[in-house]
Design a protein around this ligand. Structure first.
Ligand code: ZN
Length: 280
């Protein structure tokens, strides 16, 4: 980063407006991208995939590719991380991983439930908000201020909530960022009530038997090269991830992609199964 840019960022952070600005900037960028996509995919409207957020159908959705510096690690470990063909809905920019979550939420009865939504994705938040009593929280709340201005500060390894106070916790693609992920899993388990369930999808490798991680690495370049994203701290092996969840107390029920046939029409991510986590 340019030194002047660095200083500017530091000032904006000190003023507490860096993340809110980023949030707004990201929204404008997305809207611009969305306009372009609608135009360029107009000819693909019709049968094929249907977006469960906006109801639009297209014979293909838009692709999403990883950054060049992230790709080698993702390819080498065959990580299912939300990239590939048919990721973005050209009409509303929903992503394949969001459509999977929505499909699962729709298949459950969520009306009136108490939900904790961490790192709240706007589209999922809006659906949950219209059906449930939702609390949002993140370690960088400002980053989500355009989604929910009441978002709370929370460290997922020390959640500021009482035991057993939520029916559902959603932390989609969060744990791969957290150094002490087992502590975070236990915290999520703690705040769930006895009938509660959690949605904690992460990127994972089905081919690796072991999770790749090194607590000493704290350098975006190395993290890209090793973990496939500059702010990830590991690449989970699916097998090991499920084991860690079970070790934190969860009853783990994994539905592999091959068994999600009903949802293929929503252009969900090939290879991404659904991990249903219950307290008991
Ligand atoms: Zn859509």
């Amino acid at each position: 980063l340019h030194p002047i840019k660095k200083i500017l960022i530091r000032i904006l952070k000190a003023l507490g407006i860096y993340h809110p600005l980023q949030s707004r900037y990201r929204r404008i960028l997305l809207q611009t991208q969305n306009k372009k996509l609608r135009r360029s995919y107009a000819g693909y409207r019709g049968s094929g995939f249907t977006c469960n957020f906006c109801g639009s159908s297209f014979s293909k959705f838009a692709p999403r590719y990883p950054k060049p510096q992230d790709r080698p690690a993702l390819d080498r470990n065959k990580v299912i991380a939300g990239y590939g063909e048919n990721v973005y809905c050209p009409e509303c920019m929903s992503t394949s991983r969001e459509r999977l979550i929505l499909a699962m939420l729709t298949s459950m009865n969520i009306r009136g439930k108490k939900v904790l939504h961490l790192a709240p994705e706007e589209k999922i938040y809006r659906i949950v908000k219209s059906n449930c009593l939702v609390t949002t929280a993140d370690i960088m709340p400002g980053f989500y201020s355009t989604t929910d201005k009441h978002i709370k500060y929370a460290d997922v390894t020390m959640l500021p909530f009482a035991d057993h106070c939520f029916d559902i916790v959603i932390a989609n693609h969060v744990l791969e960022h957290i150094p002490d992920d087992r502590k975070a899993m236990k915290e999520i388990y703690r705040v769930l009530n006895q009938e509660g369930m959690a949605i904690l999808q992460v990127p994972f490798s089905e081919v690796n038997l072991f999770t790749i991680e090194d607590q000493h690495i704290n350098d975006p370049k190395k993290q890209s090269a090793l973990f496939g994203q500059e702010d990830h701290v590991r690449i989970y092996s699916l097998q090991d991830y499920l084991k860690r969840l079970a070790g934190s107390g969860f009853t783990v029920d994994y539905t592999p992609f091959e068994s999600l046939g009903d949802f293929y029409k929503y252009a969900i991510q090939p290879g991404e199964g659904f991990i249903r986590l219950r307290k008991k």
